[in-house]
Ligand binder design. Sequence first.
Ligand code: B12
Length: 154
Amino acid sequence: MTAAEAAGGSPHRTLITGVIGSDTHIVGTRILSMGLEKAGYKVVALGALTPAEEFVKAAIETDADAIMISSLYGQGELDCRGFRDLCVEAGIGGVLIYVGGNLVVGKQSWAEVEQRYLDMGFDRAFPPDTRLDGVLVALAADFSTRGQVEKEVG
Ligand code: B12
């Protein structure tokens, strides 16, 4: 049994990972990608310096189930604004979208930061130092309540 299955998740799911915008912080997305792959997911890793549109393009090309965006350098809010709309316009408005890393400039209340990203249309936002176990549980929970067909809903 894979770690994804142990967490209640389903294998055969495709996840897009990458670091959005002009952000070069590659380590977190690498570790996340390796962990997700080891857990049994198919991971398409776009790496650092990835424009928002590239995430959407890759998600369409690979028929992905979720997009896992990283942002570390403090410009996350600017880079992520309108991301859900991009997905909707591209016909994948129902795709699962997570964001994590160091999502704002400086230290701010996590509850407020999280709410801002949820308001932007992200399904979940993750604070710094997020561990893989929690991500696997979240993916399993979300995949169990969403069907494949919902990706096409806008
Ligand atoms: C290494 C580093 C750099 C290196 C990056 C090398 C590289 N190519 O990766 C260099 C020196 C180049 C660099 C540059 C800069 N950096 Co820097 N950097 C760091 C540092 C020290 C470590 C980042 C790291 O690798 N962490 C280790 C990984 C494993 O952790 P992680 O990225 O958080 O990822 C984990 C989790 O967060 C989670 N996760 C990550 N993404 C996602 C996504 C999802 C969906 C989920 C579920 C989970 C998840 O899973 C990962 C694995 O556990 C941090 C400080 C810190 N301690 O975090 C500053 C830091 C991120 N940098 C910072 C800054 C400001 C910069 C610069 C702007 C500095 C400058 N003025 O030039 C530039 C930006 C350059 C650019 N355009 O990107 C700030 C950002 C501040 C902010 N957000 O308000 C930080 C926080 C330092 C600080 N305290 O001020 N940096």
